[in-house]
Design a protein around this ligand. Sequence first.
Ligand code: AMP
Length: 281
Amino acid sequence: MRLVRSIGCARRAVSELQHPRVLVPTMGALHRGHVALLEKARKIARRRSGSVLVSIFINPAQFGPGEDFTRYPRTLASDLAICRAADVALVFAPSAQAMYDPHRSTGITETALSRGLCGASRPGHFPGVCTVVAKLFHILSPDAALFGEKDWQQLAIIRRMVADLDFPVEVLSAPTVREADGLAFSSRNAYLPTEERALAPGVYAALRKAAAEAPTPASAAKLARKLIGKIPGARIDYVEGVDAATLTPTQRVDRPARLAAAVYFGTTRLIDNIPFPTPKP
Ligand code: AMP
């Protein structure tokens, strides 16, 4: 496995890798959700003797003022061990200086799917995500890239960007991996003190109960809001029942939908989403 830190080295290293090259973009602090993406990437790459690439970059451009950029967990040594064990061929872990020219004045903004949900509460977030993912695609020239359904809105926006701007990259996804108690793995779970960690799975439980009991995505959101409101210490940012493709609130039951939530515990903001209707276990 090679570790490269600069754009030039990354381009040279990539040119020596077999196709298909499958990229898993991450911000590091790798957990079992990321490992599932690495395993899926390896299966896809291996089918045709290709290579898995991982980027580890805590992208300052996707954090707003006062958000958790400075305290985001940085665990490069253990991330590299995880990548090595997952048979990753190349890790690209640039510094912010290597990625961004101080005079940069160009970026990518998706203007429809980014409006609601996390886009409404984090205004610069998705422009930051789109711009860095576009840069990673240009630098690493992957044939395919894998994203988690945990960040459903991000996945939809990246698919849109790739289609709109003709990136020659196949966007693939993998389902959310959860702890035994239902909490979705997230690098931000490390922020939760014991008591909040014990309460956090209540969000997923509320989404599941609401999706099982309510007749439409919008009414499920209403019920989930009520249930999450009863979790001690939980502060709702949003709970919405949205069309899975357009991400707009919907009452329709004839099209795939998602029940999505962002909830604060203290200063920690957790997001989650499930399909509506939820498939029976
Ligand atoms: P991050 O490092 O948080 O930017 O995440 C990198 C990728 O891993 C994104 O595509 C996420 O959607 C995905 N991911 C994060 N958490 C999970 C999870 N619990 N299950 C599956 N994928 C995840």
